[in-house]
Design a protein around this ligand. Sequence first.
Ligand code: ADP
Ligand code: MG
Ligand code: MG
Ligand code: MG
Ligand code: MG
Ligand code: MG
Length: 668
Amino acid sequence: MGLLSLGTPLSWPDTKALADHVREHGITQFLYTWDRWAGRKGEPLLWGDEIEYIVVSLLDDKKRASLSLRQSEILEELKNVVGDLCDEQPEKSMVIPTFHPEYGMYMLESTPGCPLGPHLKDLVGVEANMRFRRKLARSHLRPNEVPMTITSFPRLGVTDQPFTDPECMSVADSPASQSLFVGKGVTNPHARFPTLTGNIRSRRGSKVAINVPIYKDTNTPSPFVDPTIPYDRQLWPGDSEAKNGAAKPDHIYMDAMAFGMGCCCLQITFQAFNVDEARRMYDALVPVAPIMLALTACSPAFRGYLADVDARWDVIAGSVDDRTEEERGLKPLKNDKYRIPKSRYDSVDCYIANDVRNKAEFNDISCPINDEVFQRLRAHGIDEALANHVAHLFIRDPLVIFSERVDQDDEDSMDHFENIQSTNWQTIRFKPPPPNSNIAWRVEFRSMEVQLTDFENAAFSIFIVLLTRAILSFNLNFYMPISQVDENMHRAQKRNAAREQKFHFRKWVFPLGKAPAHMDCRSRAASPNGFRTSPESTENNSSSVPHSASTASFNLESDSKCTSPSTPHFEVDDETEEMTLDELINGKAEFPGLLGVVNAYVNSLNVDVATKCDIRKYLNLIKERAAGKLVTPAAWIRNFITSHPEYKHDSVVSEVINYDLLKAIDEV
Ligand code: ADP
Ligand code: MG
Ligand code: MG
Ligand code: MG
Ligand code: MG
Ligand code: MG
């Protein structure tokens, strides 16, 4: 959740009044960082994941699985343990994981503790690190508590039975969210979180309103009007909203930040060689984000019902949507400055690289910018693409300001910049270097849902890191219209998207002018016009993973689907086509597939067979899931629910079904 400064949060009116102050100083801070870092290069690949857990309390006598609201105690204990481990092993290079607070009081976040390195063995080591983290967390919980990597808790916010442990915390009593379903007990009490929740509601002018289509089973009433919503409650001003149309028929209605920010995900951050590489990497990953969302889908149930979606994205987007009616286009602009098409939590709106391949026509959706900020950045010599990106982030207001942090030394702090940046939750994040540290330009991949097992989480982490290496080494071009990326985001969340949807993607991904004119994919490796490392890449140390491949075979496996590509000369209109996930990952015709380029990259490395075999084990998961031979966690969970003997084909995930499901997941 970004930074957790301590202090006294200002009221919403006081926060709003300081918005320009934060934006102005935020840009000053960014410019200081820019001046310090813009010319620097030669940073090694360092990377790390973030995994979020839901701590489930299994009450066997009641056959109930609840959310354990003990984050603060658990973190306190883990802090001591981690401290002890560090004291015991000061000389060993063993990495001690770290645990962080999260929005939900039932959540934990863990990271490796220190960034991982660039070698294949570092990649392979991530699973052991993840297992260690889970074991560490688990061994400091109560015997009936389990840290689970599930994306959404199926019964968060039900009104028929308690869903928290302790039970009394299931009461919806939160003045910050005014939710009909969840109380203050589910939200981390650190001032930042309730303040965020309350200020989003205040800024928007109403509660957030999330409506996820319900999965219509044979016994689901049609139209479905949720009988469990307390429509007539009169506790807070927002209580009448559900009755007055915020809760839509045929949907699962949710009205609080907790429903979205209470979901768990898997994020990967990696450091780039220099700022230009970070920007190219960012752009290349933009079209990959929806693909990976579909492939990792893990959230088919919300608030006690099966949904007609498999993934969390729109739920989180809705859960922090602070836009006013004017900004949403429901009223003419009067008090607000911009029409804003998306929530602050949503997919990327513009590419950012200074690259001829980043053509204007690919940036084809509305991307309002803060003109003043744009002019300031341009005047400082920052190019248009990056200025545009930052100016777009800076159309937003700060949501939480601590009175103690209003005045900062801009040369020494990035707090005001991060205030805006860290509440722009997009699929990819471009992370500038923090002040007073060696950490350089980084890119974060944020779309993936967390997987049930560490093996899967490791596999997806490894895949993404290797994909970034392949993109750089082969100088791949993934540019496509952002409108099509957004269309893919919608498709990626649909029920069974991994099997049933097609996704737009760029047909020809190899560098222009370097297209091999004939041959099967294997001979590309020997082609003098083959795929070279980008100039920046070759400057780097060739012994490490990121920059050692200069040529490669795209035909790792004997059953390659590659055939002769024709010389590509596409107009924008036909630069992309729709592909299944199998085609996108495993390749077809002249399209090598994302796994194809990863395999080629791995093959090009001079490492021992055993390590390659280790890597292959993880990559096989990606391959088989994309091919449909393995199902997504969402499909597995959905199937478990619908084939449970107690399931009445009415879309309801009852307490017993939920309990059996979580027991089964724990056994996995
Ligand atoms: P946030 O919550 O802001 O996204 P976290 O600090 O929780 O970030 O996690 C960032 C991840 O980046 C961690 O896995 C960490 O190991 C990793 N990391 C730390 N330093 C670097 C670095 N210099 N380069 C790349 N990754 C890093
Ligand atoms: Mg987190
Ligand atoms: Mg984090
Ligand atoms: Mg975070
Ligand atoms: Mg963050
Ligand atoms: Mg993160």
